[in-house]
Design a protein around this ligand. Structure first.
Ligand SMILES: [Fe+2]
Length: 586
């Protein structure tokens, strides 16, 4: 079933490439009872993800009482109790006024927290739910070399696999959502047959300052900013800033969601801030270079899912603002890092835009149902609101790919449609579903259609994954997606034929769970799209040990398992930097 839509475009403001066009429609589309989808020019919502909404009712569980787990917990305690001496000491040299202000504000905060304890937290803000089991944080792991490998690492894998995740430095003292955790990068480096592992915090401004102060003082976007207590926490935060107890002008972001290697720089991103530039050291360790504004070219936040065009080398990105217009902006960077002008996208309401898609000539921006209503906080609720005026059942947390089909004048978009749309933000008893879907936008008629790619009897929840990155924006046959079952855990990944729906599954093993599968092409010039390997961090919940599994994407057979020296929590998105690219790091 289709619905009427119109498509319009915006002329390119900066460069001659015609890429700067937007798909938009004049009316809502994503129909619950139809297979249509649409992207509107003046819409209001989008949903998304990474650092905001979350996921989920994480089953409460305790790690087995193994020696490894105990050691890690002890290390974490040490880490928390022994802040790094290298961090700037924000509270050093406080004058009398500042000391008094700090005492007063601490007392107010203590009173607020005491009152909060009288009311149970919702599951979406309860740290006992959100960071239970292997969602719980780990301490940093300095680089360890010569890791044991079962099987043989394919010779083509030379470089470093990196994955981002949320790893709170401090034990939460009030509401906390999985997405609120401090960014940590987990890195496995392959170097002439030797494999190393390290994990490090991304040294964000909030992490550095909180470590120096000795407790969490930055508001948590999802877990804390609800109702009147959320307003109070914001006021407390800015009061500390005005008193010189912290610097609130250098960003609030956690850099925990995505990673991209662009213009010789590894960037760690969350959609609430600028990216952070992180270097991979020759030994395989990680070192944060700093908050990165592309050489003073970017003065706004950037989402964690920028798109790197495999042919042009350009990077495409969005920025959204929850308070002031324009609520959404689009921009891009040339391969050598020159930023285009911003293109303001007119949205009626501030909307969370976690992900989008590109084709050879278009940028596809989804219009979803989750919007920000800051006034809801005054009424005691969450500012993240499900806009019921919009057509339901079309919340694509992520878009896996898109391409043009000139023969039918269509743009094809591949994504996972998640229902209920607001289940990641608000407590919900309805079972979550994430349905791999194909959305077709007709450029001539303005109509759109949507279909479920996998037959309903065989369908599974698919979230987090990718296509062959060399085909981003081009027609791709396969997608490699996490089997998000039992939700929110990931028991394996699926290789899905996007045209037929045929699905081949790889299950990590009994009581073994992972996250996003990364597809690494064996050779960019290979004729076979699936000629490559899947890399995935996997955690064994029986032995409480973690490993990296390397699976042949053509045969779907396990090629090698790297045994890791410390636990890797379930996390978010990753990337791979080839050895050659590492040599040209800035
Ligand atoms: Fe994401």
């Amino acid at each position: 079933m289709s619905s009427s839509t119109s498509i319009s475009s915006i002329s390119n403001p900066a460069w001659s490439n015609p890429r700067t066009q937007f798909l938009s429609s004049s009316k809502d589309v994503f129909g619950s009872n139809s297979s249509s989808v649409s992207f509107r020019k003046r819409p209001n919502s989008i949903v998304s993800a990474l650092q905001t909404p979350s996921i989920i009712q994480i089953p409460k569980q305790s790690p087995p009482n193994t020696s490894t787990g105990s050691i890690e917990l002890m290390k974490l305690k040490e880490l928390i109790e022994s802040p790094s001496s290298s961090s700037p000491a924000v509270q050093q040299n406080l004058n009398v006024f500042q000391k008094l202000a700090a005492m007063a504000l601490d007392a107010i905060e203590d009173g607020m927290k005491a009152r909060e304890k009288l009311h149970p937290l919702p599951k979406t803000a309860d740290p006992n739910v959100q960071i239970a089991g292997n969602f719980s944080p780990v301490p940093e792991q300095p680089v360890r070399h010569g890791l044991p490998v079962v099987g043989k690492v394919p010779e083509c894998i030379e470089g470093v696999y990196l994955r981002n995740g949320a790893n709170p430095l401090f034990e939460p003292t009030s509401g906390h959502h999985l997405f609120d955790g401090d960014g940590m990068i987990y890195a496995v480096k392959f170097d002439n047959g030797s494999v190393s592992y390290a994990c490090r915090f991304t040294e964000t401004q909030r992490l550095v300052q909180e470590r120096a102060i000795g407790k969490p003082v930055f508001p948590k976007a999802i877990g804390e900013l609800h109702g009147h207590s959320g307003i109070a926490k914001l006021l407390l935060f800015y009061a500390r800033g005005m008193c010189g107890l912290l610097d609130h002008s250098q960003g609030l972001g956690v850099a925990n969601a995505g990673l991209v290697y662009f213009n010789n720089r590894l960037l760690a991103m969350s959609e609430d801030d600028l990216p952070y530039h992180v270097r991979v050291t020759p030994s395989g360790d990680l070192k944060t270079a700093g908050r990165y504004n592309f050489g003073d070219q970017l003065d706004s936040t950037m989402i964690a899912h920028p798109k790197l065009d495999p042919v042009s080398g350009e990077l495409f990105a969005l920025s959204y603002d929850v308070v002031k217009k324009p609520y959404l902006k689009y921009f891009r960077f040339s391969p050598d890092g020159r930023k285009s002008e911003d293109v303001a996208i007119d949205l009626g309401k501030p909307t969370m835009v976690h992900d989008f898609a590109i084709t050879e000539n278009f940028v596809v921006v989804p219009d979803h149902q989750v919007v920000f209503e800051m006034s809801e906080m005054i009424r005691g609720g969450s500012p993240v609101v499900y806009d019921k005026e919009k057509v339901p059942d079309c919340f694509c947390f992520h878009l896996w790919n898109a391409w043009e089909e000139p023969e039918s004048d269509e743009v094809v978009v591949i994504g996972s449609c998640m229902t209920p749309a607001d289940s990641i933000f608000n407590e919900c008893n309805e079972e979550l579903k994430s349905v791999l879907s194909e959305i077709r936008l007709n450029l001539k008629t303005g109509k759109s259609t949507r279909r479920q790619i996998i037959s309903p009897e065989n369908d599974v929840n698919l979230e987090a994954g990718m296509v062959n990155k060399n085909l981003l924006g081009r027609k791709s046959k396969f997608a490699y997606l996490a089997i998000a079952e039992p939700w929110p855990k990931v028991s394996g990944f699926a290789k899905v034929d996007l045209s037929t729906g045929e699905t081949k599954k790889f299950i990590y093993g009994e009581e073994k769970y992972g996250g996003e599968p990364l597809f690494l092409p064996r050779d960019a010039n290979s004729a076979a799209e699936d000629d490559g390997y899947i890399l995935a961090f996997v955690h064994d919940e029986k032995t409480w040990k973690s490993e990296l599994q390397i699976v042949n994407a053509m045969t779907m057979e396990l090629e090698a398992t790297v045994k890791l020296p410390s636990r890797v929590p379930y996390g978010f998105h990753g990337t791979f930097i080839n050895a050659g690219d590492l040599e040209t790091q800035a």
